[in-house]
Every structure is written in C-alpha cells, then in structure tokens.
Write a protein that binds this ligand. Structure first.
Ligand SMILES: Cc1cc2nc3c(=O)[nH]c(=O)nc-3n(C[C@H](O)[C@H](O)[C@H](O)COP(=O)(O)OP(=O)(O)OC[C@H]3O[C@@H](n4cnc5c(N)ncnc54)[C@H](O)[C@@H]3O)c2cc1C
Length: 396
C-alpha cells in the first residue's frame, strides 16, 4: 500500500477532551492493533473474499467480545469505550466491526439479558474467549425491514421444539457454533439457541457479495430441526426481543461508521496534500478539493458529538431506540458520503485497492442497509416526533 501517514485520529473540536483516561486507553490499544494487524492484511482478505479468522483470538485476548459485561471476568467497559472500540475496528474494516457487533451485541447480549443461568454459564465465557462464534438470525428471504412478518416457526414437540423455516443474510452464519434464531411459537416471536451440527439445521454462504467481502454472510435453513426444551431464551417474548438486540448493535454501528468516515477522510486528505497537478501544486490547494475536505471534517465532527452524547445517555440509561436511529442513520450516511467524496478526490487511484477508499465505499453500502435501512430509521424518527407510525403496515 502506498505510504499513508500514521493515523493520529480525526479530532477537529478536541473531542478527545470529552473522554476519560480509560476510554482513551481502550481506543488507543485497539487503534494500534488495527494499524499493526488489520491494515496490512485487510485489502487482500477483502479481495479474496476471506474473513481473516486468524484475528479472532487476538480480539478475544483484548476482551473485545462482550466488553460491556461485568460478570464472567469481562471488563464491564462503559458504552463510550465500547463505541470507541467499534470506531477503531471499522476504521480497519466494516466486516471486522460487524463480526464484533454480532458476537457482542446480537449474541452475547441476548444470552446475557434473556438467557437462563445455564445458558449464560455455558455460552458467555466461550463466546468471550472466542472458543465459540455466534450469529443472529432474524432476517428472512421475504422479510427484512418488516421482521414481524417472519415465517420461521417453532412448534412444541414432546420435551423440546421443532424449527422450520429459513433465515437470510446472516453474518457469521456458516462459521457460527451457536445461532440465536428468532421464530414464531404459537404466533409469538421467541429466541432459540441452535447449535452447529443440530440435525435439520444447515447453512449456505451468500455468493457474489461486492460489499463486506471480508465477512461471512450466510443463509440458515431449518427443516424439522429438533432442539431441546432448554434451547429457548426464557426471558423475552415478542418482537421486542430481537429489536432490543438491534438497539445494542445499532449503537455500535453509529460509532463504527465514524471509523469508516475517518479512514476515507484521512486517505483523501493525505492524498490531496501529496498529489500534484497544475504547476506542481498539490490538489489540496484547489478550492473544490478543500470544499470536500471541509464537508467531511464538519460532518465527522457532528457525528462524533452525536455518538458521544448517545453514549452518555446509554450509560445514564436514558437512551431510547429512536435516539439510536438518529445516530445510526446520520453517521452511516456521513460515512457513505465521505467514502464517495474521498473516492472522487483520489481520481483513478480511488478505484483501486492500493488505497482503502473503495473497500470502505463498498462496505458502507451493507451498513447503510443492515440493522434497519436508512429509510426505516427515517420512519422511526418520524414516528418519534409526530407520534404517528408511517410504516405500512404499522410495526408491532
Ligand atoms: C452484509 C449483510 C449482513 C447482514 N447481517 C444480518 C444478520 O447478521 N442478521 C440478520 O438478521 N440480518 C442481517 N442482514 C439483513 C439486513 O438486516 C436486511 O437486509 C435489512 O433489514 C433490509 O432488509 P431487506 O434487504 O429485505 O430489504 P427490504 O426490507 O426489502 O427493503 C428494500 C428497500 O425498501 C425500503 N423499504 C422497506 N420498507 C419500507 C417502508 N415501510 N417505507 C419506506 N421504504 C421501505 C428499504 O428502506 C429498502 O430501501 C444483513 C444484510 C447484509 C447486506
């Protein structure tokens, strides 16, 4: 990769001074690890369509899985420190951040929040040490934005349950040891833990993905899949189960997207200062190029303040799902726009993988769509301010 200056952070308004010592330490640790271990290999991994699984034990050693949990020897970090982890990981790659989001927010969180003591004791330590990988199965081939329409069913049968149905677009699906699967039991959405190798449970990788190429995305199929009675998550019923998991993961995405935006902004800035055109002047000397950089840094700074405020509210337990919608929607959009502007700034070099920009540009398309599309978060905010749900049909 061509020389890019070592990353010193993107911090126009001294947002650093809003962080405490522990938060800075966590961020700097993950930042240094991403520089040393992720950036040198990620372009090739994405090109090959390979999830860099060799990095998973190292992330476990840094306690990046379930890092906000205080039991089971986990560090019990605050939510801003957690957000900063997501930011730094996504500066590396959205696929890597997705892996940690799923393991922590979509698998460990529901087991920890809604699981029985036996389920927690069995899975939380193993997931934390990455001796087990998890996935979260909500989306179905025919139900994405409206998961309440799901067709996957669970039927009580003797001492256990029988699952039938299919899930689509499931991150980590075919490498997971345990799948958190949402299915309707007597018409009510319930969560089930389905272990790899269970008879009647199979997975298939989605092929041809142009985005999140360094992440595994799979379909899950359940055909008369018999699971034991203790596979059900006892602590939650209804769509609020999966939606509360999504609130956790979306919170992380709001921070993660800033990492993607910082990566593309920094690449554009470095390139604009180094690239000379017209009488040996750097392209950074041109007003149109500066306008792009000014837009990026302004929006990133606004996004940082939004994420920080959201983190403070999450720690104070005053954060509501519609607050998260605003941050996910805004920060992912900002990252998407930054990726486009950076790509333009790099000219022809913007379309090759010698630079990180096009990979981020492609990745952010998935992030824009998953965990509630930009449109759906618009409707959530619209409902919050008007009191009128405009989904059609209304959500549960
Ligand atoms: C790489 C990747 C990884 C993923 N990982 C997971 C995972 O781990 N687990 C999981 O469960 N899912 C996962 N997903 C699925 C993701 O959450 C869904 O793709 C997302 O919810 C959107 O659903 P959909 O693709 O079916 O789009 P649709 O719901 O069909 O939407 C298509 C378009 O219609 C718009 N639209 C839909 N309804 C409305 C409305 N009421 N008003 C206005 N516009 C509307 C949408 O905004 C969008 O633009 C992943 C997806 C991707 C791409």
């Amino acid at each position: 990769m061509p020389h890019l200056m070592a990353f010193g952070g993107v911090d126009y308004l001294d947002c650093d001074s809003l962080l405490n010592e522990e938060q800075r330490l966590v961020r700097d640790t993950v930042r240094a690890w991403v520089e040393e271990r992720v950036l040198p290999i990620i372009e090739e991994a994405a090109w090959e369509g390979r999830f860099p699984r060799e990095l998973v034990p190292e992330m476990a050693q840094m306690h990046l899985f379930g890092s906000t949990i205080s039991e089971y020897g986990l560090p019990g970090l605050d939510n801003i420190a957690y957000g900063l982890i997501m930011q730094e990981l996504e500066r590396g790659d959205s696929g890597l951040r997705s892996f940690v989001s799923v393991q922590s927010g979509l698998v460990m969180f529901p087991i920890y929040a809604f699981g029985s003591k036996e389920q927690k004791d069995r899975w939380i330590p193993r997931l934390a040490r990455a001796e087990a990988i998890g996935c979260f199965g909500l989306t179905e081939p025919d139900f994405g934005s409206n998961p309440g329409g799901m067709r996957t069913t669970a039927r009580k049968d003797g001492a256990g349950y029988v699952l039938n149905g299919a899930k689509a677009w499931i991150t980590n699906g075919s490498i997971a040891d345990v799948a958190v699967v949402w299915a309707k039991l007597d018409g009510v959405v319930r969560g089930f833990l389905v272990e790899k190798g269970t008879k009647g449970f199979s997975t298939f990788e989605h092929k041809g993905k142009m985005s999140l190429r360094a992440s595994v995305t799979s379909q899950l199929a359940f055909e008369d899949c018999r699971i034991p009675a203790d596979a059900i998550l006892p602590g939650v019923e209804g769509l609020k189960g999966p939606l509360s998991c999504l609130t956790q993961a979306r919170y992380g995405i709001a921070w993660g997207a800033l990492g993607s935006a910082m990566a593309t902004y920094q690449a554009a800035l470095d390139y604009a200062k180094a690239r000379k055109q017209w009488k040996d002047r750097p392209i950074a000397a041109h007003q149109l190029v500066q306008e792009r950089l000014a837009w990026m840094i302004t929006e990133i700074t606004k996004g940082q303040l939004l994420a920080w405020r959201l983190g403070s509210m999450k720690d104070a337990k005053t954060m509501k799902p519609h607050h998260v919608s605003m941050a996910k929607r805004n920060n992912v959009w900002v990252a998407r726009e930054c990726a486009k502007l950076a790509r333009e700034t790099l000219g022809a070099n913007g379309v090759v993988n010698e630079y990180p920009v096009f990979r981020h540009l492609a990745n952010i398309e998935s992030v824009y769509t998953y965990e509630g599309t930009h449109d759906i978060h618009t409707l959530v905010i619209g409902e919050a301010v008007t009191g009128i749900p405009s989904y059609n049909p209304p959500s549960e």
